[in-house]
Design a protein around this ligand. Structure first.
Ligand SMILES: [Zn+2]
Length: 412
């Protein structure tokens, strides 16, 4: 049977009605046209790994050059399409049932005509997502910040939001050189302010609006061995806060915002799933759960209801054993009188869950996807961290006294 493709979009996001077909096998390739979800019977002309090495859950995307019925040909990413039939020529086997192409493993060398077919991407474990790679491996070059505020962020003339009118608004994902830092301004302000140079424009930015790359350790804003953001495709939303003098609204974790379905990844050395909790009242797809049911945000009827998982929605708890923690985290724990303690993490408001209780996770394994379940009004990951002494403790509420800022373990 011929190897054919069908456009399926993102099945758990039914509002997506078509997908982008591009001139090249990469997301930045020019948009040729949009192909409606459901278009099938498309011949596969060629398959190539993502030209920018883009990956999800450590697996590099493959792109398929497809022939459409009007004679046009263009590239579609493998997470948006199913394939079926004899794919040996392209490094796949014989696919009996129409299957999401991303879920198939592509052989390194195709069974036939090896010289004519491009070599596939390296195996999944060797290919971390770009964000993981940026934070874990790229410690060469000058210390840089990447702006993680979705609408851009104001650079101030001095450290602190009240030092004067913004000098410039640095765009989302723009990079700027770190010149120095200041964390001494206001005893109630928990943030380090970072002095940056963006293409010659100098100003100050609050640390939580940034991710870090290059040689940043010298500025005291983080350590290279810390875990990267578990939500590589996200932007910064909200910090940990237990100080009513700084902000009267308490927040027991970090919020990373993004799109429903964005990947959520385990730590770089793996961990153990200790609890998987589906939310009974969030509905089958867990979308817009609270507001759909007529509650406001942080309504006591949600936060006190086990049916809503006390507001966490669909969530997963993972324990990271002390031995697997970064050296910098071990030292920070010891400095707090918690030498040898373990860390458990709650990944909350998920859309889908890809793990099971007691599962030992591979490094950077997919935990699930970002969602809007529980006490949430927009897709985000709520990341909550608790330290405890018993590595076999699976009772998340019992760890409450060990609540701490995710900065003990995670880079933003
Ligand atoms: Zn939160």
């Amino acid at each position: 049977m011929a190897f054919t493709a069908k456009i399926v979009g993102i099945p758990h996001i039914p509002t997506i009605k078509d997908v982008n077909i591009r001139t090249e096998p990469k997301k930045s390739g020019t948009l040729l046209f949009k192909a409606p979800v459901g278009t099938g019977g498309l011949s596969v002309v060629e398959v190539k790994p993502d030209a920018e090495n883009q990956a999800q859950a450590g697996k590099v995307f493959q792109w398929f050059k497809l022939a459409f019925s009007d004679g046009q040909q263009g590239w579609c990413r493998d997470d948006l399409m199913e394939v079926q039939g004899d794919g040996k020529k392209f490094g796949y086997g014989n696919v009996a049932v129409s299957t999401l192409a991303f879920n198939l493993e592509r052989a390194k060398a195709p069974a036939a005509a090896p010289a004519a077919v491009p070599v596939s991407a390296p195996p999944a474990a060797a290919a971390p997502t770009p964000a993981v790679a940026a934070q874990q491996a790229d410690n060469a070059g000058p210390g840089m910040i990447i702006c993680m505020s979705q609408g851009g962020a104001n650079m101030r003339p001095g450290p602190g939001t009240t030092t004067g009118a913004p000098v410039f608004r640095i765009p989302y994902l723009a990079e700027a050189k770190i010149l120095g830092t200041d964390k001494s301004r206001d005893p109630n302000d928990p943030f380090t302010w970072i002095n940056i140079d963006f293409n010659g424009t100098k100003g100050w930015l609050r640390e939580d609006f940034t991710r870090l790359k290059g040689n940043f350790e010298q500025f005291g804003v983080g350590f290279h061995d810390m875990y990267p953001s578990p939500a590589p495709e996200s932007w910064w939303a909200r910090d940990f806060n237990l100080n009513p003098n700084f902000n009267p609204v308490m927040h027991h974790g970090w919020d990373h915002s993004g799109k429903v379905g964005a990947p959520i990844l385990a730590g770089p050395k793996g961990g153990k799933v200790i609890k998987v909790a589906m939310c009974q009242k969030c509905g089958p797809n867990g979308l817009s759960a609270v507001t759909d049911k007529g509650y406001g945000v942080s309504d006591g009827r949600v936060l006190q209801d086990p049916g809503w998982n006390y507001g966490y929605g669909h969530f997963v708890n993972v324990t990271y054993h002390h031995d697997k923690l970064p050296k910098s985290t071990q030292q920070k724990l010891a400095a707090q009188g918690k030498a040898g303690w373990h860390i458990s993490v709650n990944y909350a408001h998920l859309h889908s869950i890809a793990v099971q209780p007691n599962q030992e996770l591979a490094p950077n394994a997919s935990i699930g996807t970002m969602g809007n379940s529980g006490n949430s009004t927009g897709a985000h990951l709520h990341l909550e961290v608790r330290a405890h002494q018993d590595p076999n403790n699976t009772n998340w509420p019992s760890m409450k006294s060990g609540l701490m800022s995710p900065v003990i373990l995670f880079l933003r």
